[in-house]
Design a protein around this ligand. Structure first.
Ligand code: NZQ
Ligand code: ZN
Length: 394
């Protein structure tokens, strides 16, 4: 196990009805907030009006930017930041899915430090500008998926440059307070619920599969989160109004990226950057759907190499094993297990069904190398083969 430090200063309020405390919490931070949210869902479900009313009750004024789209665009963040400055907002509240929450983090940076969002993005060969002042951040997830509410990451899409990239900055964009009220996720449709489930699973599997192997407690925490997602994901596929299942998945989402599950491993993230290279060209491909297509081929790829034992362990502990199976057999069984899960909860697992054109795969490989570098141990041919498998879904 590698040495590690955990410092997660986000105050998390968790539970049914907790969203009503938005005003009380915001009032401890500032007197005027910009609420950053998506185009439809928070208005339609009524949660936006509930948050505004709660702020008003506690004497916190607010302005609303409701133009954030899935895979949030740098232009939207800059527009919202300009509104925050114009309206003299002193804090930002991200309300919605990961896209609205990440956008709020971007707004905090651009409204506080000026410039363009992409100035603050580091890429291979491109240094990020130093972030100066930021507005304090409060987050309220309405979709269990990204865990943005408890981590210092934010992912953005730049449609001019065809890039999808992240800011990761524990000092500057860790939210001060987040309110995780699982009841706000009751309106999430089947497709987005399932995409969230796969995303949460991938957040704990990235380093489990690639990093140090002697982290027994972290392994058990990871497997617990995966099992929680598998079991409650199936319950939600049957009944989207299952409040207990919504609560279990919401907590799994927040805990997955809060620090402890991935500690001590120092592993590489592979599937996420592969997905980001797809979204760089196909903004209509939801993050979780891209992951659903890439995870099975990645597990099969690992099953042929030095990490086969990790996939075999995962298979054994999540899906069970057939006696006498080799590690490679188990890795293939694990890939099948996740494919079955996806089809049970209503997710496609091939990129071709998501509108990705086969002749774009070479460009996507180049994009992945440009944005994130070649994954360790792979070459261009192996990477293209993996994308091809994800494209065909077999
Ligand atoms: O846009 P609105 O109208 O709000 O509708 C959204 C959107 O259409 C809808 N939705 C959200 N809450 C709902 C709801 N519909 C009904 N009821 C509700 N309660 O769901 C759709 C998808 O929303 P989005 O925010 O895009 O989904 P998600 O939470 O999966 O976020 C995806 C984004 O987060 C990034 C992804 O790359 C992607 O850009 N990620 C952020 C991470 C982080 N900050 O740590 C880590 C992740 O790995 C991920 O990369
Ligand atoms: Zn993710």
């Amino acid at each position: 196990m590698k040495p590690f430090a955990i410092y997660n200063p986000t105050k998390i309020l968790f539970g049914s009805g907790e969203v009503e405390k938005a005003g009380e919490e915001a009032a401890r931070i500032e007197k005027k907030a910009l609420i950053v949210t998506g185009r439809n869902s928070t208005k339609k479900s009524g949660v936006l009006d509930r948050v505004i009313a709660s702020l008003e009750k506690s004497g916190v004024k607010s302005a609303v930017y409701n133009g954030i789209t899935p895979n949030p665009k740098s232009s939207e963040v800059e527009e919202a930041a300009a509104l925050a400055v114009k309206e003299k907002c002193r804090m930002v509240i991200g309300l919605g899915g990961g896209s609205a929450m990440d956008a709020a983090k971007g707004v905090a940076v651009v409204a506080g430090s000026g410039g363009k969002l992409w100035d603050y993005i580091a890429l291979p060969g491109k240094k990020a500008a130093r972030i100066g002042d930021v507005l304090p951040i409060m987050l309220i997830p309405t979709l269990a998926a990204t865990g943005s509410e408890g981590n210092p990451a934010a992912v953005f899409t730049n449609t001019e440059l065809n890039q999808k990239a992240a800011i990761y900055n524990p000092v500057k964009i860790q939210p001060k307070v987040s309110i995780v009220d699982p009841d706000t996720t009751l309106t999430v449709p089947k497709q987005q619920t399932a995409e969230g489930i796969i995303d949460i699973i991938m957040h704990v599997l990235e380093e489990y599969l690639s990093g140090e192997e002697d982290c027994e407690l972290q392994d058990r925490i990871t497997e617990g989160i995966v099992l929680t997602c598998v079991e409650n994901g199936k319950r939600l596929a049957e009944n989207l109004s299952d409040r207990q299942a919504r609560a279990n998945v919401s907590l799994a989402s927040t805990v997955a990226l809060q620090g402890l599950p991935n500690s001590g491993r120092a592993g590489a993230w592979v599937v996420h950057p592969l997905e980001h290279a797809i979204t760089a060209y196909y903004d209509n491909v939801a993050h979780g759907s891209g992951i659903a297509a890439l995870l099975p081929p990645y597990l099969r790829y690992l099953g042929k190499g030095a990490k086969a034992g990790r996939v075999a362990q995962l298979c054994e502990r999540v899906f069970g094993t057939a006696e006498g199976s080799s590690e490679e057999d188990l890795a293939n069984a694990c890939a099948e297990g996740f494919e079955d899960l996806c089809s049970e909860i209503g997710l496609k697992t091939c990129l071709k069904d998501m509108g990705v054109k086969e002749d774009m795969l070479v460009k996507i490989v180049d994009k992945e190398i440009e944005q994130s570098g070649m994954p360790a141990g792979m070459d261009k041919a192996a990477l293209l083969a993996l994308y091809r498998e994800a494209w065909k879904g077999e």
